[in-house]
Design a protein around this ligand. Sequence first.
Ligand SMILES: [Zn+2]
Length: 422
Amino acid sequence: MLEGARVTMAIRAASLIAVIGAILLGGPWAAGPADAAPPQTRTPDDFPVARDVRLGGDENETRFVVDFSQKIDIRAFTLANPYRVVIDMPQVTFQLPPKAGEKGRGLIKAFRFGLVMQGGSRIVLDLARPARVEKALVLDPVNEQPARLVLDLAAVDRDVFMRMIALDNRAPETTSVRRPDLDAKPGDTRPLVVIDPGHGGIDNGTRAASGETEKALVLDLSLLVRDRIGKAGKYRVIMTRTDDSFVALAERVNLARGQQASLLLSVHADALARGEGDAQGATIYTLSETPSDAAAARLAEAENRADVVAGLDLSAEPNDVADILFDLARRETKTFSVQFARTLMGELRNATRLHKDPLKSAGFRVLKAPDVPSVLVELGYVSNKQDIKLLTSEPWRARTADAIAQAIDTFFSTRLAGARRN
Ligand SMILES: [Zn+2]
């Protein structure tokens, strides 16, 4: 055992909701100097800075150390399927070496870090095998040493790991947070469009060789689309995120359902790993139980991993695709989804390159609202040289945002005309 320390902090599974609850209830993250500026006016320089990270040890005992500019409060807990350790902390600015987290050591396969919501950051360690957190604390700065987060892991077998989780878990809080700015105004009957930029915060999505992240590219384009639809005044628009925060997949779906949206458009960018060949162009996806091809199945699996990447506990998530497909409401939803996908393809054709097979379907979790027509667009491949050039070009972004806004308008005009005929 590393330094023979006993674990004293609570290890518990927590959903994002529980995390949000902890903040609202004045958890450790809420603490801060009384004269601190409100979070929205703070710049990255105002937050504690994580400057360096080190790993030590072997497959039985591994130590994870992060240097911070000041002492912070942390909370660590473990998750199964896959085995992970999640470390929650107040919002920090990560200034770690560029490749930090890509390779691990000992019990830690890899790790990621980032914002999980405004005010809260998170580090997620992917474990090579089940392990127990022996110690998780932040040491005061001493002499030349900065404040240090020290997390010690010791290997355990799966039975012990699962027992540990069962014993330590309490029922998660179910505090739900309503974002007041997202509420529809009463009496406003214009169709509501939800624009959903994929990923965010700790979840980067795919990454180009040149460093651009999917989360940033798709947020940028989504904001342009929002401005274009909003300006016309015919539709109400809400976004699932407008900044670099993480939003769970279910939360995106629930937002669209809760607001009785008429359309959800999820915006992403794909990538092929090195050695998997090259592909290019935009692809438009709708929901189906059976994927249209192997590439669509691979992509849905990758996109559905967002919550795992961000360190969410999915053990309580119902696996409800099959049931939903029997829902009668869904048949109409599916028809509208496919109709919008076709319209979007027609408009995008004029603005950008399409994939050779541009209309596909698979089991994307973000498309599973049974009562909201939902479509996911992969704008292109960040792994393709020409695509990434387009994705990062101003004129391309402008005309692609125009095309998407036009597709939304055409979709509703056709729908409304159809409704009047009936
Ligand atoms: Zn994505």
